[in-house]
Design a protein around this ligand. Sequence first.
Ligand code: NAD
Length: 488
Amino acid sequence: EQNRTSLIMIFGATGDLAKRKLFPSLYRLFSKNKMDKFAVIGVARRALSNEDFQRSVKESVISALGNKENLDEFVSHFYYQSHDVADSSSYVSLRKFADQIDENYELEGNRIFYLAMAPEFFGPIALHLKSDGLTDVKGYKRLVIEKPFGHDLESAKELNQQIRSAFSEKEVYRIDHYLGKEMVRNIEVIRFANAIFEPLWNNRYISNIQITSSETLGVEERGRYYETSGALRDMLQNHMMQMVALLAMEPPISLTTDEVRSEKVRVFRSLRTFEGEEVKQYFVRGQYGEGTIQDEKVPKYRDEAMVDKESNTETFVAGKIMIDNFRWAGVPFYIRTGKRMATKSTKIVVQFKDIPMNLYYQPEKMLNPNLLVIHIQPEEGITLHLNAKKAGGHLDAQEVKLSFANTGIHAMNTPEGYEKLLYDCMRGDATNFTHWDEVAYSWAFVDKISEAWEKTKAEFPNYESGTMGPKAADELLEKDGFFWWPVT
Ligand code: NAD
């Protein structure tokens, strides 16, 4: 399908996500002629005129991208409807309004419903969309849904049932914005388009894989939400596990949505699950204490706004994930993510096994293993660490790095994550959205860890702000004879 004519309805159109990401991304698509006929209805609680709404859309675009051409024409496609998500009559008037706009703009009954609202509204909105007739269209209908998708497997199932009573699995686009990132999408190309990697991409040649996603920010104003979530649910269940799946999956027989997603699901099915006492050997939790970040003193998590003074919520998680299949048996995938760490960075390091014998002398150190580093953010690119002869020296080996920086990315015209995801949705390509089976397997894996953690009180805080996490996260690798490769 390539029909990009659509009525886009954004629920939560006065919110942070809509302003910072969705409006600027829609503008970029518009300015590159990547949309056909379109109109947007912004839906939110407060009363706003169309003019006020258009002004706010314009301001969001300018604040994200600077002053741009044809902005007035762009915002003329935007309409606003004040709405109460719990009230049927509100949906009935929304339906009439949508039908009218559909007719005026000749949108062929194609509809995208984007839920950019607090997750407790996802289910109820989906149910109303159906019962009040908004999904009763002659074109396509698609539901785009933000994270978090549930709080555990139970609640995710319940949410899924509500959504699926109004939309088929094919019509549901579950956002994982990491799947919009350029270098995350590049993982499969690096793997499957290079004869020098794919033959080595297994337990015979790879010793371990490390995935780090660190932030320097603390919990900011999100204390209330974060207290119910923590790093395990907020980062690991979705973003980290998606990267694991892309790194570990078998080559799909083609790049269609179904083939790619079914290979990812197979990775999730091969995850070794850890329960009870066992969890301690594979997973480490942390919570930040006071510390210094960029010369600034920062408070501990327990002193942040809306956070319990004795909070047991983890702001850091490190883990050793094992994939029990033929390709990966015995190869640990180490992952770590957290707030208030030393650096903001998302990186993947693939460490290859050592050669059988070292013939070359390197003063005071061992020969470096080959590493393939995939830089996801803030820099984007790849670095391959090799050993080569030191110039002038005898046969001394030294490390050399082959680097490719994705420089285009910072240029004006390279798309950012949400832009790509919105474009995919308009084209009907769900490959880079998570299938329900991925969500379900991933929650089942994570639930066992949180169950074990809930049974014991953690000794928090256990890492200083501005460091790379608790000592136990280093020990997790040390006991296997590895260490975290620096990510700076
Ligand atoms: P927000 O609180 O800034 O915005 C919420 C929106 O919902 C507002 O437009 C508000 O008017 C509307 N709303 C709230 N209650 C309503 C009601 N009863 N009836 C009608 N409208 C109502 O939230 P946000 O930060 O934009 O996040 C939205 C979603 O996106 C969440 O699921 C969040 O997890 C997800 N998300 C946000 C970001 C981000 O950068 N902000 C990033 C990733 C995911």
